[in-house]
Design a protein around this ligand. Structure first.
Ligand SMILES: [Fe+2]
Length: 324
């Protein structure tokens, strides 16, 4: 038997035993650098707002449970989400409507985009939400929603669905199917709501006391005041204040990120395309995509990503690139 035919026979026998020689196509197991499956995508506010209002006319919330559109990344298979790890969704709750309680092992948050006075009930505790507020729903927190006010309320939901699914640790429970469990987390003293006024004050304080970051302008990371860490373990959340005329430095990082413009307008330039964004537009950039921000007017840019999980796994990386 020649060496070549010996190897061929070895590979055939290994394949039959469901064994793959690592030395063949090693890079398919360990790529040299990130190779994202998701791609740059955007969901303009005018599109999803109009569709939400149509859903408000045609789909009663009691039939939908949650009147939500998931921002599906067009490069991913159906039901995969917005990035490879996260879901961004938009939700409408009309005056007088309620959405019943449930809980799940995914961590979630709401960012109120428009409308005031809706409530979310977190482990039974009512939390009233105003525009710009960031409200967390940690894993296995009971949560239902109500809109006792007079305005349509639209918010962004962020969830770590795909991370929990990767672990195959997804559970979804209704109050009728499960009561409190002995291992339920202790949420006493939890800061559920991060008021918009606090976020704005932190940014204004940064503006008056520091120079803007070359990439992100003045940027604040929302953190749990009890721990100094991210409010949710998997997701990092930032809000940037970008001054009029800002010309950002290019950057790339390993966390696929979802951005939402809260005020102003601008562009995010990448080698593949330039994204134009305005108020409440949502867009996502895959891992390791070089990008830089331009804006003509004072702008506020909210972002969330799986950086929280990556930092805990010690694999997060960022590289600031020289302008060419
Ligand atoms: Fe939920």
């Amino acid at each position: 038997m020649t060496a070549e035919s010996g190897l061929s026979e070895l590979y055939r026998a290994a394949a039959a035993a469901h064994l793959q020689p690592l030395w063949v196509e090693t890079s398919r197991y360990v790529p040299r650098e990130p190779s994202p499956l998701n791609r740059i995508a955007c969901w303009p506010a005018r599109d999803y707002q109009s569709l939400l209002h149509r859903a408000g006319e045609h789909m009663p919330v009691e039939h939908a449970d949650r009147r939500v559109f998931v921002c599906n990344n067009p490069a991913l298979p159906p039901f995969s989400g917005t990035t490879q790890t996260l879901y961004a969704c938009v939700q409408l709750l009309r005056p007088g409507e309620t959405a019943p309680a449930h809980r799940h092992t995914q961590s979630a948050f709401r960012l109120i985009l428009s409308g005031n006075g809706a409530q979310t009930f977190l482990d039974g505790e009512p939390v009233t939400m105003h525009e710009g507020d960031f409200v967390i729903t940690p894993a296995l927190t009971w949560h239902g929603h109500a809109n006792p006010g007079t305005e349509d309320v639209i918010w962004l939901d962020g969830l770590d669905n795909a991370i929990v699914r990767l672990f195959d640790a997804t559970f979804f429970e209704l109050p009728s199917s499960a009561g409190p469990r002995p291992d339920d987390p202790d949420r006493s003293g939890m800061k559920w709501r991060y008021p918009w006024k606090e976020t704005l004050a932190a940014l204004e304080d940064l503006r008056t006391t520091t120079e803007p970051d070359p990439v992100w302008g003045w940027r604040t990371r929302l953190v749990d005041p009890r721990t100094g860490r991210d409010p949710l373990p998997t997701m990092a959340v930032f809000v940037s204040l970008l001054p009029a005329g800002f010309r950002g430095q290019s950057v790339r990082s390993t966390d696929s990120t979802v951005h939402v413009c809260l005020r102003g307008a601008g562009q995010t330039e990448t080698p593949a395309r330039t994204l134009e964004w305005g108020r409440h537009d949502i867009f996502t950039l895959p891992s390791w995509t070089a990008s830089r921000i331009r804006c003509e007017s004072d702008s506020l840019l909210f972002s969330f990503s799986d950086r929280g999980a990556q930092e805990r796994l010690e694999c997060w990386r960022e590289e600031r690139l020289p302008d060419v």
